[in-house]
Design a protein around this ligand. Structure first.
Ligand code: FAD
Ligand code: UDP
Length: 390
């Protein structure tokens, strides 16, 4: 009945399903354990009627035109440039730390001297990861690096990951580099915006095709059985010869044979207030106060007009796969030993031609939404379309 099975209805699964249905005119079954599509990008209207992001604030941004053009088939956009302030020493200052932040926090003469040194050393409009800035030989810049490290990164990262910045792959803190610039936006990508009617509406359009069936509220293990020794996959007990496209956790797929891959989880605390605005920008980070990392006010992101406003606080927590409330694997933890363990699983997966693994969980990668789309489009061309024409 089905030519392809896809596990997971997030970006990775939805893009694949859309391509298979529209480009190959083949039949796809998507199996999704949640009660909705969209994966972690799922949004919905809360009880007051405010559009919220159930799994944390999602802002779409990409440098890649074909990714933007691809998604634009399924949504119009509300143009939006994300701004973040950090609460530092009682002030709300721009994050990523930039020249405006420098002048807001430090006395004029010192800030001026440091600005000149930054520009001389790195150039203007250049992004410098904090761990790189800390390697500088210049005493003044070394002082600045320690200052930014302490005020912006150390405590936030300890809360978010339970680790120090240097215990994680440098790409993690490198996502929010010191920016030698006056540009206060969180991202500088050419294409930035929010789906005009929300992410879920965009996913509905992607999956609206007679060749695509979505089975919600179903863990794949309820309907699929795998026997890796005999290399066989069964769907509802019947042998299935087509491709199994898997976007769930790779360690789960292989029954934790090489041990669990660690993840970081979050607890979201939503609040709806009877007021137009709660804060000045979309997100305020609290590196050094409270147990949460940041507060996001959704109306800034979505542009919605409403007499109420809804906010969310993010409390990082340990991921425990068997504990309700802690069992959503929001972030892979980028560290060398975790990557090594992942590679064992990946190498095992390579033995099975039937399997295609993609996405934040199956590839154990800290992908943003646009990277998931780009990856799915590429794997569709390489492994699905190519294979279908053989
Ligand atoms: P997912 O969205 O996780 O989808 C995987 C799906 O598989 C899920 O729906 C899951 O329920 C399902 N599944 C898993 N196991 C099973 C199973 N056993 N059986 C059946 N179904 C299963 N990216 C940005 O670009 N911008 C942002 O601002 C941004 N903000 C973020 C904020 C937070 C708090 C988080 C956690 C992530 C953020 N991201 C952001 C990243 C973004 O969420 C991901 O890049 C994207 O959603 C990953 O898509 P995916 O399809 O690979 O995985
Ligand atoms: N970070 C930080 N302080 C900040 C913002 C970010 O220390 O004010 C670090 C922290 O380790 C965080 C990482 O940079 O996990 C990446 O931040 P980003 O905002 O990209 O995280 P995400 O939105 O993916 O949760």
């Amino acid at each position: 009945m089905f030519d392809y099975i896809i596990v997971g209805a997030g970006y990775s699964g939805a893009v694949m399903a859309e391509r298979i249905a529209n480009e190959l005119n083949k039949k796809v079954l998507i199996i999704e354990k949640r009660r909705h599509i969209g994966g972690n990008a799922y949004d919905r209207y809360d009880e007051a009627g405010v559009l919220i992001h159930q799994y944390g604030p999602h802002i779409f941004h990409t440098r890649v035109k074909y990714v933007w053009d691809y998604l634009s088939q399924f949504t119009e956009w509300q143009l939006y440039h994300h701004h973040v302030l950090g609460s530092i020493d009682g002030r709300k200052v721009p994050i990523p730390f930039n020249l405006n932040t420098l002048h807001a926090l430090l006395p004029g003469e010192l800030a001026g001297k440091l600005e000149s040194k930054l520009v001389q050393t790195f150039g203007y409009n250049v992004k410098v990861p904090i761990l790189k800035l800390r390697e500088t030989d210049d005493d003044d810049l070394k002082w600045l690096a320690e200052y930014v490290y302490e005020k912006v990164f150390l405590n936030y990262t300890s809360k978010q990951w339970g680790m120090k910045p240097e215990e994680l792959d440098p790409m993690v803190t490198g996502r929010v580099p010191v920016y030698v610039s006056r540009d206060d936006r969180y991202f500088q990508d050419a294409y930035q915006g929010m789906p005009l009617k929300g992410y879920t509406a965009m996913f509905e359009k992607m999956l609206d095709h007679p060749n695509i069936k979505v089975m919600l509220n179903t863990d794949y293990k309820e309907v699929i059985s795998t026997d890796w020794h005999s290399k066989s996959v069964r769907l509802f007990g019947v042998p299935f010869e087509g491709k199994l496209i898997f976007t769930g956790k790779i360690d789960e797929l292989f029954d934790y044979e090489y041990g669990e891959l660690p993840y970081r989880s979050l607890r979201f605390q939503f609040e709806t207030l009877h007021q137009d605005r709660f804060q000045d920008v979309g997100t305020v980070n609290y590196p050094n106060e409270y147990d949460f990392t940041r507060i996001t006010e959704f109306k800034h992101l979505t542009g919605q007009k409403h007499e109420y406003t809804s906010i969310v606080r993010e409390y990082p927590q340990e991921y425990l796969k068997d504990v309700e409330g802690k069992n959503i694997p929001y972030y892979p933890i980028p560290r060398p030993e975790n990557q090594e363990r992942y590679e064992k699983y990946r190498d095992k997966a390579k033995q099975f031609d039937q399997l295609v693994l993609l996405g934040r969980l199956a590839e154990y990668k800290y992908y943003d939404m646009d990277a998931c789309v780009a990856r799915a489009l590429r794997l569709f061309d390489e492994k699905i379309k190519g294979g279908a024409n053989e």
